[in-house]
Ligand binder design. Structure first.
Ligand SMILES: C[S@@+](CC[C@H](N)C(=O)[O-])C[C@H]1O[C@@H](n2cnc3c(N)ncnc32)[C@H](O)[C@@H]1O
Length: 257
């Protein structure tokens, strides 16, 4: 089980809104080197590249499935590589802009990760990232509860999905302590109207559900999905469903001055 670009793209418009907010924070400079961490299908990376003419943009992702869609966007200035975010922080490579939309939440220990990313910046470089912060929503609690239920606990053995995302105050503090200036950190609700409970399930299938399915034998995937769908249907009996999606956006510039 891995990322499925088709499922992920079902809510393309909703997923693009925070990217657009993040893009607005980027200092427009020419001829810079850029990395997009967890670039996924590359569609948004190509919009980023278009906004930075003459720059060399590298999109990295560790999912071959997602990257298979990215090849269509590649050109002389925009390249994609299959690589992990942790590995790239250890590579010694440097960039003028480190960008990441909806990917860093998959990595733990942000107290270490963010400084590691900052160390990858050239002097005067910018770090700009968006991470979902929806872990207190019913849909996430329901996944953990289902995993802990009698039907699945023998597999999950008490495992629950760890929340890697920090509070906005913590991101601001880390950026400051690591020499950041022009610090911008905010949390925003993106109000989504989903058609019905099944649409909520589809939304979750594109992201958080993956972590649970990854831990289950394939023979149990359908049962787990059906049980999860039933819980969501029980909670949202009519449509449309208002789904407030909380996200954190942060950016800062780092120079040796
Ligand atoms: C929610 S998608 C976001 C994709 C893209 N940035 C966008 O906004 O459409 C998260 C992406 O992060 C990638 N990812 C998760 N953990 C990763 C890691 N440790 N290294 C590289 N990519 C990772 C996944 O493969 C997936 O493509």
């Amino acid at each position: 089980m891995g990322w499925n670009p088709e499922t992920y793209n079902k809510f393309r418009e909703e997923r693009q809104a925070p990217f657009t907010d993040l893009l607005k924070l980027i200092n427009r400079r020419e001829n810079i080197s850029v990395i997009d961490l967890g670039c996924g299908t590359g569609e948004l990376t190509s919009i980023l590249a278009d906004a930075l003419p003459g720059s060399r943009v590298l999109g990295i992702d560790n999912s071959a499935e997602m990257l298979s869609k990215a090849a269509a966007f590649s050109n002389y200035d925009l390249q994609f590589e299959q690589e992990g975010i942790t590995e790239i922080t250890e590579s010694g490579k440097k960039f003028d802009l480190i960008f990441s939309n909806a990917a860093l939440q998959w990595l733990d220990d942000h107290e270490k990760l963010i400084p590691d990313l900052i160390r990858m910046l050239n002097d005067g470089g910018q770090l700009a990232a968006q991470v979902p912060a929806n872990h207190n929503h019913f849909t996430h609690f329901a996944l953990n509860e289902l995993a802990a239920s009698d039907s699945y606990n023998q597999i999950f053995k008490g495992w629950t999905r760890k929340v890697n995302v920090l509070d906005i105050d913590a991101y601001a503090q880390i950026l400051f302590e690591n020499g950041g200036r022009n610090i911008i950190v905010f949390e925003k609700i993106y109000p989504h109207m989903l058609k019905d409970a099944d649409a909520v399930f589809e939304w979750m299938s594109g992201t958080a559900l993956i972590r649970f399915l990854d831990r289950l034998p394939e023979s149990m995937h359908e049962n787990f999905k059906e049980d999860y769908k039933k819980i969501i249907r029980g909670n949202y009996t009519t449509g449309p469903v208002f789904y407030p999606f909380r996200r954190i956006i942060f950016s800062a510039v780092f120079s040796k001055l």
